[in-house]
Design a protein around this ligand. Structure first.
Ligand SMILES: Nc1nc2c(c(=O)[nH]1)N[C@H]1C(S)=C(S)[C@@H](COP(=O)(O)O)O[C@H]1N2
Ligand SMILES: [Mo]
Length: 324
């Protein structure tokens, strides 16, 4: 395979699993090197959490979104600070790194936006996301989020159950899978352009679920976070949230949802099927081929904690995978 494989951060072996923190440490250390009396980790993390940055100023201008909190979906323990979650993003259309996604996404225009829903359904329909936001039963849910790279966070999504949308389009009895597709626009997302070392990436980004996974109570289409509409770096204006699966299943900036009879091909699974399975449920006992998944690093801290089966959501989803 081409040398893109060397360059991908989450494909590094376990021995370099500290690379992310080394990366942060280096960049942020340079910015705040004057405060040398605090420990290095303390420096990096305090800088990351800074709230008066140009990035946070952009976020402060986003339209607010009011949604009642759903008490059923809460997490014990600390919530990740917004200034951290919004500067630690995987969005490969814009950047291979995490802290500059928000900057590279500046020309991206996610408002207004249309979402096409079709395939094996009785009532195919194209929605204005605006209209969905006004009409759907929005609620706030605090979910754990676990990336396949072995970092985790806890964030307050605003959205509605995917099942509410599926009900409207009426999947036919042949529909067994749901395929999701991200926008394709190489002008605003330069990494989608061809002719570079990464041109073997199968853009646009796609993901998929079984119908049962899509209908699960946990599965959300998110349109907001931290009390406002989604910022670009989190996948504005609408993205998938499946908290018991690894982060890459949580596809961003969706333009199309299709019901299908066959399992769809998906972005990471096409690139490296042995590393990014179609199912990809969070599981401490199933290591990534090149690193352990037994524990995880809480983003922007030095804290490591055990990985939970189904990322802590066994009560809601274990039945989907029970062998009969
Ligand atoms: N279209 C698209 N969706 C994507 C990705 C991407 O590169 N492109 N990255 C995925 C990965 S690997 C992760 S961990 C999450 C990160 O979501 P966040 O930046 O909102 O935390 O988005 C997922 N969805
Ligand atoms: Mo990820």
């Amino acid at each position: 395979m081409a040398d893109f494989r060397k360059k991908r951060e989450w494909e590094l072996p376990a021995s370099t699993a500290t690379r992310e923190s080394a990366y942060w440490g280096r960049r942020d250390f340079i910015k705040v090197a004057g405060l040398a009396t605090i420990g290095v980790a303390g420096l990096a993390y305090s800088q990351l959490g800074a709230t008066s940055t140009p990035m946070m100023e952009e976020i402060a201008r986003l339209p607010k979104l009011d949604a009642p909190g759903n008490e059923k979906y809460r997490v014990h323990g600390d919530m990740t600070k917004e200034s951290v979650a919004a500067r630690y993003n995987n969005f490969y259309e814009f950047s291979r790194y995490k802290d500059d996604v928000w900057e590279h996404a500046r020309d991206f225009q996610p408002y207004p936006w249309q979402l096409e829903v079709g395939g094996l359904v009785n009532r195919p329909r194209t929605y204005d996301v605006d209209e969905l936001v006004r009409r759907m039963p929005l609620e706030e849910r605090i979910y754990r989020f676990r990336c396949v790279e072995a970092w985790s966070m806890v964030v307050p999504w605003i959205g509605f159950p995917l099942s509410a949308l599926l009900k409207e389009v009426e999947p036919t009895s042949q529909a067994k899978y749901v395929k999701f597709t991200t926008f394709f626009d190489p002008e605003v997302a330069p990494r989608q352009q061809e002719g570079n070392w990464y041109s073997s990436e199968p853009w646009p980004y796609t993901e998929g679920l079984t119908i049962a996974e899509a209908a699960n109570e946990l599965t959300m289409l998110s349109v907001g976070i931290y009390g406002h509409v989604l910022p670009k770096q989190h996948g504005a204006p609408i993205r998938l949230v499946v908290p018991w699966k690894y982060g890459f299943k949580n596809i961003k900036s969706i333009v199309k949802i299709e019901l299908a009879a066959k399992r769809p091909e998906t972005f990471w699974n096409t690139l490296a099927p042995n590393e990014y399975g179609f199912v990809s449920n969070v599981n401490p006992k199933v290591p990534h081929p090149r690193w352990s998944q037994a524990n995880e690093r809480v983003i922007c801290t030095v804290q490591r904690q055990p990985t939970l089966l189904y990322n802590g959501y066994a009560a809601q989803v274990a039945h989907l995978y029970a062998k009969t």
